[in-house]
Design a protein around this ligand. Structure first.
Ligand SMILES: [Zn+2]
Length: 474
């Protein structure tokens, strides 16, 4: 995620609040209830326990203009314990639930949780399919102060972090449980729908058109997206042969549309530059979409980063940021939301590096200049970026101090070890997840040194790191 600079920042901040009850521990023997949360300390209701999703097959239908969405989702999962019941995260009203084709009982312990009790318990290790039929007005739903749905009468774009799925499909809504996706979106004939991955099929009826998209590589639920409306599309292949799809909203003014497409056309070049640093791009397709709506931030939706209108090719720093997330955040996802600096620090480091070192002569000079420019700014340093709290996940310090940490690490362990660290991180954990502790352990292994004091100074201490060689500052 990247907010646009300055004025829009305040409006774009997600309000994240509230804590749920801690999940009860299941009894040892009898089939037990799957937990209502996956165990993220910041977002105790997010995700669920007792199963692991392999695939989502999501069908949604919307006329766009009326604000309504109806859906049917079939989720293929494997039980990780004997399950008497289990939860899905969904904020829309449900009309029917089936497990392996048989009607299942359901209730709502709260508006975010759909509790499903199958006719018979599901044994640990068993694969099962749950189908949920639902409908509602996502734009009217807020949950714990957040309204993630971005739409008007002409256009819809799903962009939200850390939560988005619950506004449009039932999910095990946490990046720890990644899965492959088929997303079919039915829109009025003449309109279009764009989602992640590749277009499998477009079926036109008399009044409706269905766009069937497939993301065949594992994806975190908040990165699953669709946009519906009127879009100008451009297709091609990167130098490495990855097919791309660029989409620009036709609701933008003609000049804006030209500039937005010029920005998106930077995608193959920037992706090739990132591949030179990080090795192969993680996914089978790429691209981007510029919406006419104003979410106030860009988001790294997998294979199809989604941008508000920001201008033309001169704004390509934002493309560098969101494409870097395809490795950091999408390819390797967070273990918990408190690890957010791993996503944002690394994406911002590549953003600054692409963007002429933020006006400095080199990345080491950018680090020194940024360290000096925040000398009299205790509020910048008071945030422990490895534990920012759920209300400050997207603070500027998470991005900038995070990127400074990355550069300081490069200074400390040297360019060769640093390059090895990044390539091993994205290669060995591709399609999985990792925590700050995992990253620190790999940095120490690759760097051949104890980096405990270094990371404590940069990530955990609520004050400016001292200007020492040990802190990567000279
Ligand atoms: Zn970001």
């Amino acid at each position: 995620m990247r907010h646009r600079p300055a004025a829009v920042l305040a409006a774009a901040l997600l309000v994240l609040a509230g804590a749920g009850a801690a999940p009860a521990a299941p009894a040892a023997d009898a089939p037990a209830a799957g937990a209502a949360g996956i165990g993220d300390p910041y977002f105790p209701a997010d995700g669920n326990g007792g199963y692991d999703v392999r695939h989502y097959d999501v069908h949604v239908s919307t006329a766009v203009a009326d604000g309504r969405l109806s859906g049917r989702a079939t989720i293929t999962a494997t039980a990780t314990q004997d399950l008497a019941s289990f939860h899905l995260d969904l904020l829309l009203p449900v009309s029917s639930v089936r497990v392996d084709g048989r009607p299942a009982a359901r209730d709502r312990p709260d508006r975010h949780e759909l509790r499903i009790t199958p006719a018979a318990p599901i044994p640990a290790g068993r694969s099962f399919r749950v189908s949920v039929t639902y409908a509602g007005r996502p734009g009217s739903v807020s949950w714990r102060g957040e309204r993630a749905w971005v739409a008007n009468r002409h256009e819809i774009v799903t962009m939200g972090q850390p939560q988005m799925a619950a506004w449009w499909f039932p999910a095990n809504d946490h990046p720890r449980d990644k899965a492959t996706f088929d997303v079919s979106v039915r829109v009025p004939r003449g309109r279009q729908a764009v989602s992640n991955g590749r277009l499998v099929e477009r079926t036109a009826g008399r009044r409706w058109t269905v766009f069937h998209w497939r993301q065949a590589d594992p994806m975190a639920t908040y990165l699953a997206f669709f946009a519906a409306g009127d879009f100008t599309l451009e297709r091609g292949r990167t130098a490495a042969g990855t097919p791309y799809l660029l989409a620009v909203s036709e609701r933008l003014a003609p000049g804006e549309r030209r500039r937005a497409m010029a920005l998106l056309r930077r995608t193959p070049t920037i992706q090739a530059w990132l591949e030179r640093h990080l090795g192969r791009y993680p996914f089978r397709s790429t691209g981007g979409l510029v919406t006419s709506l104003d979410p106030g931030f860009a988001l790294e939706n997998q294979t199809r980063p989604t941008y508000p209108y920001l201008g033309g090719a001169g704004q390509d720093w934002i493309v560098a940021h969101e494409l870097a997330h395809q490795w950091f955040g999408d390819g390797v996802s967070l273990e918990s939301w408190r690890d957010i600096w791993l996503n944002e620090g690394l994406a911002t480091w590549f953003e600054v590096r692409w963007d002429d070192y933020g006006g400095s002569a080199s990345m080491p000079e950018w680090l020194t200049a940024t360290w000096e420019s925040h000398a009299d700014d205790p509020s910048f340093w008071d945030l422990p970026v490895d534990d920012p709290g759920r209300n400050r996940l997207f603070d500027e310090a998470v991005y900038v101090r995070g990127a400074m940490t990355v550069q300081a690490l490069r200074n400390r362990i040297g360019a060769t070890a640093f390059d090895t660290l990044l390539r091993r991180w994205v290669g060995e954990r591709r399609f999985g997840s990792g925590s700050t502790a995992d990253f620190v352990a790999l940095a120490e292994e690759v760097g051949g040194q104890d980096l405990g004091a270094f990371f404590t100074a940069w990530l955990s201490t609520p004050e400016r790191p001292a200007r020492t060689a040990e802190n990567g500052l000279t």
